[in-house]
Design a protein around this ligand. Sequence first.
Ligand SMILES: NC(=O)c1ccc[n+]([C@@H]2O[C@H](COP(=O)([O-])OP(=O)(O)OC[C@H]3O[C@@H](n4cnc5c(N)ncnc54)[C@H](O)[C@@H]3O)[C@@H](O)[C@H]2O)c1
Ligand SMILES: C[S@@+](CC[C@H](N)C(=O)[O-])C[C@H]1O[C@@H](n2cnc3c(N)ncnc32)[C@H](O)[C@@H]1O
Length: 490
Amino acid sequence: PSVPDTPVEIIVDLLSKAKNVAAARGDVPKELTSYLQKALDIASGLDDYLEKMTTQESQTLKMLIHMSQAKRVLEIGMFTGYGALSMAEGLPEDGCLVACELEPYLKEFAQPIFDKSPHGKKITVKTGSAMDTLKELAAAGEQFDMVFIDADKDNYINYYNFILDNNLLRIQGVICVDNSLFKAKVYLEDTTDRNGLALREFNHFVSNDPRVEQVSVCGHRELTNSDDEVFRGVKGRSILDRMRLEGKVAYVTGAGQGIGRAFAHALGEAGAKVAVVDMEQNKAEAVAKELFLKGINAISIKADISKSEDVQRMIDTIVSKWGALHIACNNAGINMNSASEDTSLEEWDQTFNVNLRGTFMCCQVCFTGCLSQNCVKVCDSGSHRDLPHPQKQLSYNTSKAGVVKLTQTLGTEWIDRGVRVNCISPGIVDTPLIHSESLRPLVQRWLSDIPAGRLAQVTDLQAAVVYLASDASDYMTGHNLVIEGGQSLW
Ligand SMILES: NC(=O)c1ccc[n+]([C@@H]2O[C@H](COP(=O)([O-])OP(=O)(O)OC[C@H]3O[C@@H](n4cnc5c(N)ncnc54)[C@H](O)[C@@H]3O)[C@@H](O)[C@H]2O)c1
Ligand SMILES: C[S@@+](CC[C@H](N)C(=O)[O-])C[C@H]1O[C@@H](n2cnc3c(N)ncnc32)[C@H](O)[C@@H]1O
């Protein structure tokens, strides 16, 4: 049998001994024996039950990394690398973990194991005294989202202070400390154990340190009190937090594929509930399903935005489902190519009915239907080709120029009602729209026109839609945000 180590194991050991003593005597009241047995059942079942209900021991560290969304981790005290690897498993592809280890032989032991794992490349082991490594990291201006302190206990307090004094932990970062209860020795009156006393002193110091908020074993770096919004963040929210869309309801038209699909994913990833709207039901459903798989609250709506009854039904469906609408992303658009002299009035009308009239109807119905929310963000899809361009698409170009003008007009007319209207004008985006027979020959020509040397990917536009949809862009309205790799500059 193993030597009792954790406070629970020690309690189980003591209760078992007490139960044996009680059983050996004939005069112990039944009530006391029953209490002892109940206490023993509860304490002795705990670790076993937790182990059975937990996937693997290593998952705890991995889960901490997930929960804190850390990308850069510092581990002080690596040993065999077991903890380092499980944390690396929780890191994103571009995440990194620096592990400090005194003993070079432990690096030799762990490195081949790291090399075999797909996550091992995220780990860099620095051997030698952890304090020397911390000094080196601080001199290089390194910063971490999470620090795991698990080396020599005497030095916990020095590591902790050095980390905070030298900004090795970013604001809102987390320090995680192993062994902070140390076999209950941190709170037992008669503790003489050196490590127990060191940890007791450490816990006491951290619990009184105003630089951090503490939850038992973890410290969370806080900002000191300040009214300065630049320092503290607007309403205490950092710039990235201000771009979060939790609690917001959005729709994206034409979200069944291409740019709209990427917008729907981006808004959902930022926290919004998303209505995926497309005239093709199966496409809208497929994208809503993708979002749902990612844990995003999504619905699909079949609607043709050139039909007023569809637009009204779209807004009604969203408001009745989620009770509000905050972000209207009017992305649906069509493009038919023909030389101006060959452009039929039918083609002109069709293009304008979707691109300009449809976008206007969405804005208008959305405005009247959601005005009470008083904070609606509208993002329209323009095109940098509302500027003159050799491509033969008169009706498309003029309709998109109209979208920019619509955006400018609504953006100023409705601002006093708390509505911001902006549009994104992408350059040439690599989507099914440009893979048509007629456009394919132009791709080479475009490429030579684009300083960035490539077509835009739909992912190049995602941050812009989140920014325009968020509180961070409150001062922006009527703006045409052109994202074209510099194409309009040459
Ligand atoms: N692809 C580009 O290079 C590019 C460049 C600048 C601007 N844009 C604009 O971005 C928007 C999206 O472009 P994309 O390349 O992703 O297009 P796409 O053709 O790949 O996708 C458009 C989606 O909109 C849907 N749709 C079309 N008409 C609709 C309507 N009346 N009602 C509802 N849904 C409708 C389609 O079913 C399709 O799923 C368009 O407004 C387009 O003009 C595209
Ligand atoms: C408890 S183990 C770490 C376990 C590891 N964090 C894990 O979860 O798998 C402590 C490690 O700290 C190392 N260590 C002790 N003192 C150190 C120091 N001053 N600098 C760096 N590492 C140290 C020890 O060699 C040992 O490998």
